[in-house]
Design a protein around this ligand. Structure first.
Ligand code: ZN
Ligand code: ZN
Length: 258
């Protein structure tokens, strides 16, 4: 349809111009002194300190200082435990990680961020890897949202992670139902909201595979849990989740810097 083509072309042009017109300022604090990767020197250090925080490999929550990390979960883990077997994350959803995720989402310095985050996330997966992974899949966006955004940032990120891990990028997991945004919903409401949102195509080729599921941010894990439920039902053997950030209250990680 011609109007969709024109719309897409316009968005690509506007997106490109947005990049060109973007002043060279730090994505997180706005200072004009950008050191590397779209961040100033201070924010690059802060980003690394977020990434080095210990976290629970079952739910992705930050673990307090001095508390041992158990493979089987932490006190913040939901009950029942999520269907995905493990989580690899970069850090809590806080600046400068939050600012970088936002830039990726709104296609500012998209290539730079997806490349860097994909590399870091790939390494986080490798560091915590207990099993062989067969392929990478993004948590898919519904086509209506993709059309509105003109880009599926989870797919861009999953592609970068797949390149880092030398694994194929799958598109078998699809969104079959448009769901309202999850923000401001409780965990119970989120679970209801995403129920039946996903489907799997060409499931026969996936039987017994270990899948790395990639998303930008997880809050309660309800969306990833439903995606994992759908994949496991389709014959996938194991699902491991990789996210840039876990949304959690600042009290969850503040003790590390107290
Ligand atoms: Zn900064
Ligand atoms: Zn946990």
């Amino acid at each position: 349809m011609w109007h969709k083509t024109i719309l897409k072309a316009w968005r690509e042009l506007a997106g490109g111009l947005g990049d060109l017109a973007l002043p060279a300022v730090c994505a997180a604090c706005g200072t004009a002194d950008v050191a590397a990767e779209g961040l100033c020197a201070d924010c690059n250090v802060k980003l690394l300190s977020l990434v080095s925080l210990p976290y629970c490999q079952r739910c992705g929550a930050t673990i307090g200082p001095g508390i041992p990390v158990y493979q089987d979960g932490c006190s913040a883990c939901p009950n029942p435990l999520p269907r995905f077997a493990r989580v690899a994350r970069l850090g809590p959803y806080a600046d400068p990680l939050r600012a970088v995720v936002r830039e990726l989402k709104y296609r500012r310095r998209e290539w730079l961020h997806s490349h860097r985050l994909g590399q870091m996330l790939g390494r986080a997966v490798e560091a915590s890897s207990l099993e062989n992974l067969d392929l990478v899949m993004p948590v898919p966006m519904h086509w209506r949202r993709r059309l509105a955004r003109s880009c599926d940032h989870a797919r861009v990120l999953a592609g970068a992670v797949a390149r880092e891990l030398n694994l194929p990028l799958g598109d078998e997991l699809i969104r079959i139902r448009h769901t309202p945004p999850q923000v401001h919903l409780s965990r119970t409401r989120r679970i209801e909201n995403v129920r039946g949102a996903f489907g799997v195509r060409r499931a026969a080729g996936l039987s017994g595979a270990n899948v790395l599921l990639v998303d930008d941010v997880t809050t309660t894990g309800a969306t990833a849990d439903e995606a994992a439920r759908t994949l496991l039902k389709a014959g996938i053997s194991k699902v491991v989740l990789a996210v840039i950030a876990k949304a959690e209250p600042p009290t969850a990680y503040a003790a590390h810097w107290a």
